[in-house]
Design a protein around this ligand. Sequence first.
Ligand SMILES: [Fe+2]
Length: 249
Amino acid sequence: MTNRLDAVVSSIVEGVRNALREHDVTFEEYRKGFKFMMDVAEAKELPLLMDLFLNTTIVEIQNRQAQGSPSDLEGPYFRSDVPLVTDKIKTMPEFGGTPLVLRGHVKDTDGNPVEGATIFVWSSTPDGKYSGFHDNIPVDYYRGKLLSGAGGAYSVESTVPVPYQIKNNGPTGALLEAMGRHSWRPAHVHYKIRKDGYKDLTTQAYFEGGEWVGDDCCEGKLTDDFVIAETVEDGKHVMDIDFVIERAA
Ligand SMILES: [Fe+2]
């Protein structure tokens, strides 16, 4: 029987060794590298660093085997303890924000409607943060869970999210800056669709032509499937998406 752990770790180590050889990395640079890793650990930024560079790859591998809609990054801001919402997600008028209607259908891989699926929706506040992780905005704002109804249809109103920067005041942000990269993510809406007997689908949707779409610091947006042309109806922006979920094995 092959030892999978040995196979994966050995490949990672060999990949790193090859990078060091390719760039003639010096002992001083090597020492700086592990000082950086110690700083990252001390700042408790290991999850941030790992997700920044590697989470997309794991999602990409997952999508290779998927028959349903493509997955995307979950990110650090998902909360399951959110209110059930029907027509409207709570927002705070003092923060402004353009109304956004999220609607569409949930289907299975045969194209049949899936009723009673729970759709978790979360997106940034108009000032680029997330409720529950924001000093002034509790978790029942700018997020919620709704149920697909007849014909698998869902519809709920929120506000248009904005691009935001990932945490950039620690060693991970310093690394990005030193590399000449930025820490911006394009505006996006997070979704997680959950239904007994089906695999969870965790994904994100973006707006066509939005700033940083195609230059996401986290390299999200693995496909163009959920880059949505923004339409406006009765003064409200609309994000219309059908999700396909796959039966659990
Ligand atoms: Fe996000």
